[in-house]
Design a protein around this ligand. Structure first.
Ligand code: BES
Ligand code: ZN
Ligand code: ZN
Length: 485
């Protein structure tokens, strides 16, 4: 774990603040933020002169270092004033954290560039996200510099601290996902859920192999057959919203996906440690809920196992019975995520009266072909809910793209000998086939949206908010925006 654990606010004069680096801003029209202006005029136009020379252009994210009154000051480009919104704020705050890491400063201070609520929250998020590094397996000290604390000069302390909680929850999710399969096991996910339950006074139930098998969860039991690592079915309940219907989140917790008997190619198989990113997302959301304690009812469900090969492994042709009683013909053991989610969605539908269900899963390689690492593929059964998702997606800048769940696609997962089969038409609309399959396990009339995060959960271009090779924690900000926390 490495990210800033302490963010405070201060209204003191900057010269009275104890920090190793101070960040102030300049817009593209060359206007300064209030603190930059003050420092400039008290120091013989030190910034204005650099602007005059042509070095400082105010481009979003550009940074220049100055030395003023014996202190290190970073003049940060904020881009176009009219475009300066929460997304720019988050990115720029993260850039400041990354620069502080590069300069190995222990404590830095940054000006709150705007009083706007969403910008203050994004500033808190950006400071934490930009400070994130995954260093747990680097044993040499020189690789191990991590930021300790940040001070925001000005701004609304309670809103900034909401952003800090959200950023921390995202880092928590990234850590779960970045650890390899021999560390993040189903048992570890259950432990993480226990930590969250304790912090947020939630009810935790964890069913082990014997329990969920006898309960009738044939999807999870089938996939887990080939693994000796104990599988878990995890349920977290947060009930702080009176009589309101619960919002239910289901996350794919495949802690390593070798493909099973329909084995995957060796190249990049290591990345299948990330096949539990759906679980990381929903646990991350609950981590934020534990800290922010919103007045809502919410349930988090994580079916979790490995998908391996061996003498006990399930096989192509096997027929499994899911928790809602439907039978599934397994035609490819690598399409396992939908099998464990079938039990998760059935459990959510049977035991609750949900306002809606959202599921998160690294479900198909096909979504990566369609949308790359840029957007998550979504599908659902309820227009209004899909619109809510799209609205929050825009608010937090986590892109989604809707695929159609037309009846023609739904027919493609019907089986000749069982109720459904776990693949659609060969090499066609693979992501939609995944959604069409899952739909079979969502109760009638329950609004539901499926998020295929196989392209967005990791693997995108590194940027100030997320380092190279790290899981992203995609979707946590989107759902917390929907929940209005
Ligand atoms: N976990 C994979 C999906 C995946 C693949 C995520 C590559 C990220 C990168 C999933 O379990 C899977 O293997 N799906 C199959 C489904 C197919 C057999 C119908 C796939 O996408 O190939
Ligand atoms: Zn698979
Ligand atoms: Zn998988």
């Amino acid at each position: 774990m490495s990210y800033i654990s302490e963010v405070s606010c201060s209204d003191n004069d900057w010269l009275d603040i104890n920090a190793d680096l101070f960040a102030v801003g300049i817009f593209k029209d060359k206007s300064f933020t209030p603190l930059a202006k003050k420092i400039d005029s008290n120091n013989d136009g030190i910034f204005s002169k650099a602007v005059g020379i042509g070095d400082v252009k105010g481009e979003a994210g550009n940074v220049h270092t100055f030395y003023v009154s014996g202190k290190r000051v970073l003049l940060v480009g904020l881009g176009k004033k009219e475009k300066f919104d929460s997304n720019e704020t988050r990115m720029i705050a993260a850039t400041i954290s990354r620069t502080a890491i590069r300069k190995k400063v222990n404590r830095f201070a940054l000006e709150c560039f705007s009083d706007e609520k969403s910008n203050c929250q994004a500033m808190g998020e950006g400071i934490i996200l930009g400070s994130y590094q995954f260093l747990d397996y680097k044993t040499k000290d020189k690789d191990n510099f991590s930021l300790k604390s940040a001070i925001v000069m000005g701004g609304n302390e309670s809103i900034i601290s909401t952003g800090v909680s959200i950023g921390t929850a995202i880092c928590f999710a990234r850590d779960l996902a970045n650890h390899p399969g021999n560390k993040t096991t189903p048992t570890r996910l259950a432990e993480a859920a226990r930590e969250i339950a304790e912090e947020g006074e939630m009810k935790l139930s964890v069913f082990d192999r014997e329990e969920f098998t006898s309960m009738g969860m044939g999807g999870l039991a089938g996939v887990a057959q080939g693994s000796d690592e104990p599988p878990k079915f995890i349920v977290l309940e947060y009930m702080n919203g009176g009589e309101a219907k619960p919002k239910i989140l289901v996350g794919k917790g495949l802690t390593f996906d070798a493909g099973g008997i329909s084995i995957k190619p060796a190249a990049s198989m290591d990345e299948m440690k990330f096949d539990m990113c759906g679980a990381a997302t929903v646990l991350g959301i609950f981590k934020a809920i534990a800290s922010l304690k919103p007045k809502i009812n919410a349930v988090c469900i994580v079916p979790s196992t490995e998908n391996l090969l061996g003498g006990k492994a399930y096989k192509p042709g096997d027929i499994l019975k899911a928790y809602n009683g439907k039978t599934i013909e397994v035609l490819n053991t690598d399409a396992e995520g939908r099998l464990i989610l079938a039990d998760g969605l059935s459990y959510a539908s049977k035991h609750y009266d949900p306002e809606y269900i959202l599921d998160f899963a690294t479900l198909t390689g096909a979504v990566l072909i369609a949308l790359g690492h840029i957007a998550t593929g979504i599908m659902g059964t309820n227009e209004e809910l899909i619109e809510m998702v799209k609205k929050s997606s825009k608010n937090v800048n986590e892109k989604v793209w809707e695929f159609p769940l037309w009846p023609e696609f739904c027919k493609q997962v019907q089986s000749e000998i069982a109720d459904v089969k776990n693949i659609g038409a060969a090499r066609q609309a693979g992501t939609i086939a995944g959604g069409a399959f899952l739909k079979e396990f969502v109760g009638e009339n329950i609004p539901w949206v499926h998020f295929d995060i196989a392209g967005t959960a990791w693997g995108g271009k590194a940027n100030s908010m997320n380092p190279k090779g790290s899981a992203t924690g995609w979707g946590i900000r989107l759902v917390l925006d929907m929940f209005d926390v």
